[in-house]
Every structure is written in C-alpha cells, then in structure tokens.
Design a protein around this ligand. Structure first.
Ligand SMILES: NC(=O)c1ccc[n+]([C@@H]2O[C@H](COP(=O)([O-])OP(=O)(O)OC[C@H]3O[C@@H](n4cnc5c(N)ncnc54)[C@H](O)[C@@H]3O)[C@@H](O)[C@H]2O)c1
Length: 322
C-alpha cells in the first residue's frame, strides 16, 4: 500500500516544536495523514507529540521520520516509506534570534538549504501546495504597518535566513511552477513553547527569580498558536498559489513587553517590580512588528479569535501543570 492514497497527505516539518506540534494536532484532527520530519534540535520536545493531553488517535495517520530537512537523502527516505505527498508545510526552522548570531551555519543549513531541499521534493511529488511558514520579522525595518506588499528588511541572521529562503522559493515558483503559498505569522504564544518571553517569565516567577527585560520598550502582537495553526492550514487549503498571507491578531493583542510581564504577574498574583531586571538591548533590537491581517481574513476566511488578556490564564496554567 502507498501511504497517501487518500490524496490528503501532508509532509509537515518540525512537528515536535511549538507551532509544529499544534499543526500536527490540528491536521490529524481534520483527517489528514501526516508524514512528519523532525531532527529533534532546538525548540523540540518529545512530550510535544506524546503527552497525555494529546487526545487525537494518530497511530495510523501519523508517520514520523527522524531526519534533517537539509539532508539530500530525505527524498530516498520518503521513497523507502512508499509515500505519495499531496502538500508540504515547511514549518521547521532554527528560530532563536539571539542564538542566530553565534550559530549562523546551523541557521543557513536549516533555514535556507533545507527549504531548497524541500522544494526539490515538492516538485518530484508534484504536490498541490507548498506552504512556507515565514515570519513577520522579515519586515522588521519597515516604519509602516506591515502587509503582504511590504518590502523585506530583516535585521538579524534568523530573519535574514527566513527572507533568503522566501526568495529562493519564489525562484522555484517562477522557474519550475512550485505551487508556493507563504504565510507571515506574528509573534505566537500558547502551550508547548520553549525559551521565549512567556514561558521564561512564568518559569522565573514560579521559581522566585527575576526576569531580564530589554531596557528599550518594544511592542509585539501576540497571536495564539491555535489561531496561527488555523491560518497556516487555511493557506494550505484555500491559499492561491503565488500569494502571501499576513497572519496577525487584532490590534488589542499588541502589547509592550513590560505590559505583557505585568499581565503575567497580575494573573499569578505577584508584584511586577519584584520580578523584573532591565538589561541591555539585544543586537539590532526590533522595536515593533505591526502587521495587518485584512487579506487573510477576507480571502482565507481566517478568524483569529483568541485574546491575549483571556488566553494568558490557560497558558500560565499549562506551564504550571495545573
Ligand atoms: N514562534 C513564533 O512566534 C513564530 C512566528 C512566526 C513564524 N514562526 C515560524 O514558525 C515556524 C516554527 O517556529 P516555532 O516557534 O514552532 O519553532 P520551534 O523552535 O519551537 O520548532 C522548530 C522545530 O523544527 C525542528 N527543526 C529545526 N531544524 C530542523 C531540521 N534541520 N530538520 C528537521 N527539523 C528541524 C526543531 O527540532 C523544532 O522541533 C518557524 O518556521 C518560524 O520561523 C514562528
């Protein structure tokens, strides 16, 4: 039997990470067969796809492969599985901005070489769509609100590698008709995230430790991971080849970082001033990602409904295991 005979098979990369593990749940929940590719590096956690709250029956519909997306043998591994892929969601990335300065080789290998390798596989499998999960950070230098026409101006190695892959994939779209659809997600939060400001703050407050806060105030739009995942899947199902879609929450989800930490402290019954230490800004610190979502709402029927003020409570509970 060929896996994927049902014409609904998705190759999902990075399924053990934060957004990938949400995508895995949501795709299986919608009846897709998922071939997962993961190398269990930064951001991954095996509990993300085997924990007890994982209530989707994934046995027959989920085929995990432990491999690197930049490995030229990945195509052969898929052949050995006898799999027919209908869609690719290219989600895996090295995504930690601070680490990207010191580890540029790993970032280039995964975020650039890996994407081209996946594009080659997509062409061999004649997939219906290739969804590239890009970020709002590629627009960082724009003084205007970002939208699908904003010119890229990335300011660190992470976002520059994401922008580079975007351009290479556009070459594949134009030269070889790669059925490319691109999403630009906003800063995401929710369960199963590692290292970023929300899990870090909850952990520090729980342990009675202080949270490092960059001294220049910066704003971020906070998009719940389930809304982000829904937008990516809608882009796969309804997105027009050659188009990009900005996945931002509504404006009330934009907060300064100190407002976010204040909110977490308040929800955890703690005093903000007891937990925060100002530190020097990170290199090339991006102060604001302000993105519009009109196109995704109108053309994909996307409805990002979750509000950070309400959702932060369940997020805190998840990290505290209560
Ligand atoms: N987290 C956000 O706020 C956010 C916002 C917009 C876009 N994005 C994009 O979403 C995607 C997922 O981000 P995330 O926050 O879930 O990251 P993450 O670090 O939590 O997960 C990334 C996953 O990819 C895997 N991976 C990394 N390199 C790999 C390789 N070479 N081969 C196979 N697997 C590999 C990791 O092991 C990990 O499980 C990325 O493409 C990122 O650019 C993230």
């Amino acid at each position: 039997m060929t896996i994927g005979e049902n014409m609904n098979t998705v190759l999902l990369t990075g399924f053990a990470g934060f957004i990938g593990s949400q995508l895995l749940r949501d795709l299986l929940g919608k009846g897709y067969t998922v071939i997962g590719v993961e190398n269990m590096s930064e951001g991954s956690d095996k509990n993300n796809f085997s924990d007890q709250e994982y209530d989707v029956e994934y046995g027959e519909n989920f085929y995990p492969i432990l491999a690197d997306i930049s490995d030229p043998k990945l195509f052969d591994y898929l052949e050995a599985l006898s799999v027919k892929i209908d869609y690719i969601i290219s989600n895996a990335a090295q995504s930690h901005v601070d680490r990207s300065w010191g580890q540029y080789e790993t970032f280039i290998k995964t975020n650039i070489t890996g994407q081209v390798n996946l594009a080659e596989i997509a062409l061999k499998h004649k997939v219906k769509k290739f969804v590239y999960v890009n970020t709002d950070e590629v627009f960082a230098g724009s003084p205007q609100p970002f939208n699908e026409d904003t010119v890229f101006s990335p300011k660190n190695i992470y976002s520059s590698t994401k922008a580079s892959a975007d351009m290479l994939l556009l070459n594949y779209l134009e030269a070889f008709k790669l059925p490319l659809v691109i999403t630009h997600g906003a800063n995401s939060y929710g369960p199963r995230q590692k290292e970023k400001i929300i899990p870090l703050s909850i952990e520090k407050i729980t342990k009675g430790e202080r949270i490092p806060l960059y001294k220049t105030p910066a704003q971020r739009m906070y998009l719940h991971v389930s809304d982000h995942s829904e937008g990516i899947i809608l882009a796969m199902e309804k997105g027009v080849v050659g188009e990009r879609y900005c996945l931002a929450p509504s404006m009330e989800n934009e907060l300064y970082t100190h407002e976010l930490i204040e909110l977490i402290c308040k929800k955890m019954g703690k005093k903000y001033s007891d937990f925060v230490d100002e530190v020097e800004d990170r290199l090339n610190y991006d102060l604001r990602y302000w993105m519009e979502n009109k196109k995704a709402v109108k053309e994909l029927g996307w409805n990002p409904s979750k509000n950070i003020e309400e959702e932060i409570e369940s997020t805190i509970k998840w990290y505290r295991g209560v």
